[in-house]
Design a protein around this ligand. Structure first.
Ligand SMILES: Nc1ncnc2c1ncn2[C@@H]1O[C@H](COP(=O)(O)OP(=O)(O)O)[C@@H](O)[C@H]1O
Ligand SMILES: [Mg+2]
Length: 404
């Protein structure tokens, strides 16, 4: 796997169960996957020799991020390496302009233009009105590379173009919510879709995923899955495809494609505990051309919440936060990525399962916020009598009370 981030780290966990061993190309020994994989190559994804070393003897080469030059992957392919997704497919996850053009005609997309100067942005706004969304066509993630413009901003456009950022601009879509569909497709052409989820964003970054998307009309859900399967087939995707969607009116006709990712994706972390086959296992099955696994949910409601680095340093060590979290919520599952905490950085995620959306969501959000900040957002304290009553079995309650 090219890249040693949290996606590689969680793919490694899945690879172990399949009797496979994941080799990662990591930029630094402190990368999340480099910390845990036995077979770590240090190097850069734009170095052909590093990619060749990585591929030597491997069944297949796949990715934890999109930042790999297509021409190098084509060279590997020509040398006989099984690269999945293939570079011609991956291009659509690397370049938002190429993706928009490829989907024209069969998927709803926002109105967009390529931006060569500020006049292109203003020209789009003349048709769609302000605000307009300016985007780096390549290289953006977690909202870095997305700017909402309320009016002309020739200074920003000129500055970005001068720094070599390829730009596009889009109509700002008015939406009810954001959805995501994940599908897997094997080189053999077998494909499978997970239930459609709702993704909740804050500051351009995903913070929560609700599975399945609440109150989604079954016909719209089926249409979203069909759309993702069709995109996977038309673009000849191998491995995972995540399709980020805007739900503009709740109907199939109102689905607008935002972005594609061809790898495990934040919108699919819930599948580790929440689906029969996790996205990480499925990605490996697909790139290794194994038959795909079942994608049904394991609970009526699954909520994933990202653990983000807190705005200011937290005194309580992570290990102690984990202790407290487990004491309060024995059923919440956590995944910590081994990353240093920096404000708003994704350092882990939590998953809660259950029957009632409000209750499951509250638990997941409380747990994620606690791990981020060491603060219970609802004011809960382990020292309250009520809290003890829910925390300890009956026989232990008395002891806990007498000790207090
Ligand atoms: N055309 C648009 N209209 C409205 N909101 C948008 C639009 N494009 C992006 N956004 C918002 O910005 C977020 C990040 O944009 P996206 O293109 O997915 O970038 P990234 O690569 O950082 O995920 C989206 O999830 C959405 O909330
Ligand atoms: Mg996105």
């Amino acid at each position: 796997m090219v890249g040693g981030g949290q996606l590689a780290r969680m793919s490694h966990q899945a690879a172990i169960a399949l009797g496979q061993s994941l080799r990662v190309l990591a930029a630094s020994p402190g990368d999340p996957a480099a910390l845990v994989c036995a077979d770590v190559h240090l190097g850069n994804p734009d170095d052909l020799d590093a990619l060749r070393d990585l591929a030597r003897g491997a069944e297949a080469v796949t990715f934890d991020h999109e930042g790999v030059p297509g021409e190098l992957l084509r060279t590997l392919q020509a040398e006989g390496v099984a690269v999945h997704p293939r570079p011609d497919a991956l291009l659509h996850a690397q370049d938002k302009l190429v993706m928009r053009r490829a989907l024209e005609g069969f998927a709803g997309t926002p109105e967009y233009v390529e931006v060569a100067d500020a006049a292109d942005v203003d020209g789009l706004a003349a048709r769609t009105g302000w605000p307009v969304v300016l985007k780096a066509a390549r290289g953006g993630y977690d909202g870095r590379g997305v700017w909402l413009l309320d009016g002309p901003d020739p200074g920003l456009v000129a500055q970005l173009l001068a720094s070599g950022t390829p730009l596009m601009a889009e109509q700002a879509v008015t939406m009810r919510r954001e959805l995501a569909v994940q599908v897997a497709r094997s080189p053999d052409g077998q494909a499978a879709a997970w239930p459609v989820v709702e993704t909740v964003q804050r500051d351009g970054q995903c913070v929560e995923v609700l599975a399945p998307a609440p109150d989604l009309d079954p016909a719209t859900a089926a249409a979203a899955q069909e759309l993702a399967l069709r995109i996977a087939s038309v673009l000849d995707v191998t491995g995972l495809l995540a399709v980020e969607l805007f739900d503009t009116d709740g109907t199939a006709g109102g689905l607008v494609v935002n972005e594609l990712a061809m790898r495990p994706h934040n919108s699919g972390h819930w599948t580790i505990e929440g689906a029969r086959t996790s996205q990480f296992e499925q990605h490996l099955r697909a790139v290794l051309d194994y038959p795909l696994g079942a994608t049904e949910s394991t609970a009526p409601v699954v909520v994933m919440a990202n653990v983000l680095g807190a705005a200011s340093p937290v005194v309580m060590p992570v290990d102690e936060r984990v202790h407290h979290l487990f004491a309060r919520f024995p059923d919440v599952k956590i995944h910590l990525y081994g990353k240093a905490e920096r404000p708003a950085r994704k350092v882990g995620h939590v998953t809660a399962l259950g029957d009632d959306l409000d209750e499951v969501r509250a638990r997941a959000v409380l747990a994620a916020e606690w791990l981020s900040t060491a603060v219970w957002a609802d004011g809960w304290s382990p020292y309250d009598a009520d809290a003890r009553a829910t925390r300890f079995p009956r026989t232990m309650q008395r002891r806990a009370v007498s000790r207090a």
